[in-house]
Design a protein around this ligand. Structure first.
Ligand SMILES: NC(=O)c1ccc[n+]([C@@H]2O[C@H](COP(=O)([O-])OP(=O)(O)OC[C@H]3O[C@@H](n4cnc5c(N)ncnc54)[C@H](O)[C@@H]3O)[C@@H](O)[C@H]2O)c1
Length: 320
């Protein structure tokens, strides 16, 4: 198989790249390295150098048409995005340029390159907004609270068009909160990456507000397994949408307690106590988010076996 991974130097993208190389694919990465890191590709380059091509370009570049046409991918995994929700509010035009126009450019390049399958990294939490029911299924009303959520939803409308008009199998995976090794703690990273970084720097953890806000944490290895599973789907002509989460509502205070439990055993030589303090609540922060992934479970026998504590151990071990 020949696979293209946009955002392949990023947290989720590079984990997908590793799994594709391991199964024997030829992989082409498109990444501008704005938040992605070269070090995320160290293993891939060392173990599978000849099967890996890296194209350092913005997803909006029109010259990608020629790169895709030359590579002739079987499948495209589109993970590259502007991922910072606050930035999408402050610079909505920039967010739409990367997440809507950039996605359209990659869809068009995939079509011209002859890709039969396209897998998109979308979002559950940001598309559903403040939920009316718990957990939210794929049918939950879409009420994004941010430009980032609208951009991802808008991109899905283009996905549907391309599936229908060009007979492609197109899948949108709506992730909950993904965590695990390689997540960049700077910028808009999840709470697990930020807390891990603070502990390594021997600082106390900062909980925004009362810490009762909840999220649905899913491990990056399980998200990667979902990407690989749906990339074998054969359903041309329609957009297939799947939530990817564990369906377990976990508060930020629960995350602190999980760190308290696993950190002392796995922190290596530098082992500061886990201390935390409350800071002001973030204005407009979503209070509860949890999604129902039974559609993905039923159709692909997918599961997310790695729970928060197990995933924390992997994450901590990757930096200590
Ligand atoms: N991490 C999560 O919890 C989560 C949740 C829901 C959805 N997602 C989606 O999953 C995808 C991957 O997110 P991530 O957490 O791995 O983020 P990440 O920042 O680690 O990865 C994004 C990658 O895309 C690259 N990139 C960004 N803008 C680009 C551009 N204009 N041109 C080319 N490359 C560009 C970055 O350099 C980086 O390597 C994104 O689409 C994100 O919206 C992530």
């Amino acid at each position: 198989m020949k696979s293209i991974v946009t955002g392949g130097a990023g947290f989720i993208g590079s984990t997908i790249v590793d799994a594709l190389l391991e199964r024997g694919d030829d992989v082409l990465i498109v990444d501008d390295f704005s938040t992605g890191r070269d070090s995320n590709l160290d293993n891939a380059k060392k173990d599978y150098g000849s099967k890996l091509t890296i194209v350092k370009k913005d997803i909006c570049e029109l010259s990608l048409m020629e790169d895709f046409e030359a590579f002739k991918p079987d499948v495209v995994f589109h993970t590259a995005a502007q991922i910072n929700v606050r930035k999408s509010v402050a610079e909505p035009g920039f967010d739409a340029e990367k997440n809507v126009a950039g996605t359209v450019n990659i869809l068009e390049a995939a079509r011209r390159g002859g890709a039969k399958r396209f897998v998109f990294s979308s979002t559950g939490g940001a598309i559903y907004g403040e939920q009316e029911s718990f957990p939210a299924s794929e049918e939950h009303p879409n009420k994004p609270e941010s430009q980032y959520g609208v951009g991802k939803r808008a991109a899905e409308l283009y996905l549907e068009l391309y599936a229908r008009k060009f007979d492609m199998t197109v899948v949108s995976l709506r992730y909950s909160n993904v965590f695990g090794p390689r997540q960049n703690a700077k910028g808009e990273a999840g709470v697990v990456a930020i807390f891990t970084d603070k502990l390594v720097e021997e600082q106390s953890l900062k909980v925004n507000g009362d810490g009762e806000q909840t999220r649905d944490f899913v491990y990056v290895g399980d998200v990667t397994a979902a990407n690989l599973a749906v990339s074998e789907l054969d359903r041309p002509g329609e957009l297939s949408v799947y939530n990817v989460g564990r369906g377990v509502e976990i508060s930020v205070l629960d995350v602190v307690n999980a760190f308290k439990k696993v950190w002392p055993e796995h922190c290596g030589s530098k082992c500061p106590d886990v201390k935390f303090e409350h800071g002001p609540a973030l204005p407009g922060e979503q209070m509860r988010s949890v999604i129902d992934s039974s559609r993905l479970q039923k159709e692909f026998s997918w599961s997310a076996p790695v729970d928060l504590e197990q995933g924390l151990v992997h994450t901590i071990k990757s930096v200590t």
